[in-house]
Design a binder for this molecule. Structure first.
Ligand code: SF4
Length: 209
């Protein structure tokens, strides 16, 4: 597989926030979001065979793996990689930008899927078909840059009658978190507000955390 970095830290987002996790950041992305904070993962990377990758992961005393990117689903080997992890007793979260087919991932993999809002510049790339393939324990994520994004997300939740675990956070440096929280409370929106806590624990541009 084509890897950007492997590291051990706490999960900064999703319902699994705060849990110690091994991160496998895969290289390459098919989008170019306006607020991208991992542009270093959009190209390059180094090769690792699956067996080497499993051996690396075994060095950590941790059974929660977060597969992230870049966009992990660009690499076809991510499917056997996930299958092997599940077989070896790992709990697996996979973070995807929502533009590529998620249907072939093992049922046990918890998908954390973005629905890219207009200000990301990549809203047109959403694969709406993916909504049919989400399981009850999967999660949807809106990253909000502006009031326009918020209203769009609110409209999408209504239009698609979204009942999943929905995460909503303010794009770091674009929108003040308290502004978004006030909008959510005013509308009684059934979402989980989240902060990217790693950006508050460490300097926000720190890699490998
Ligand atoms: S999908 Fe993720 S990695 Fe790709 S450009 Fe957008 S924020 Fe960056």
């Amino acid at each position: 597989m084509n890897i950007t970095e492997i590291y051990y830290s706490i999960q900064g987002e999703s319902s699994y926030v705060g849990l110690p996790s091994i991160f496998v950041r895969l290289a390459g992305c098919n989008l170019n979001c306006s607020y991208c904070d991992t542009s270093y993962a959009r190209q390059n990377g180094y090769k690792l065979e699956l067996l080497e990758l499993y051996a690396r992961l075994e060095k950590y005393s941790c059974k929660l793996v977060v597969i992230t990117g870049g966009e992990p689903l660009l690499q076809t080997e991510v499917l056997p990689f996930c299958e092997g992890l599940i077989k070896n007793g790992y709990r697996v979260l996979l973070e995807t930008n929502g533009s590529l087919d998620i249907s072939r991932l093992p049922r046990e993999v918890i998908k954390v899927m973005d629905l890219k809002c207009p200000d990301s510049g990549e809203c047109e790339r959403i694969s709406w078909e993916n909504l049919k393939h989400l399981n009850p324990d999967d999660e949807l994520k809106f990253v909000i840059c502006s009031r326009r994004d918020y209203e769009w997300a609110r409209g999408i939740m209504k239009q698609y009658n979204l009942k999943h675990n929905i995460l909503m956070g303010a794009a770091y440096g674009c929108l003040e978190p308290n502004t978004l929280v006030e909008w959510i409370l005013k509308d009684s929106l059934p979402v989980r507000f989240q902060l990217q806590i790693h950006k508050y624990i460490w300097p926000p541009d720190t890699k490998g955390v």
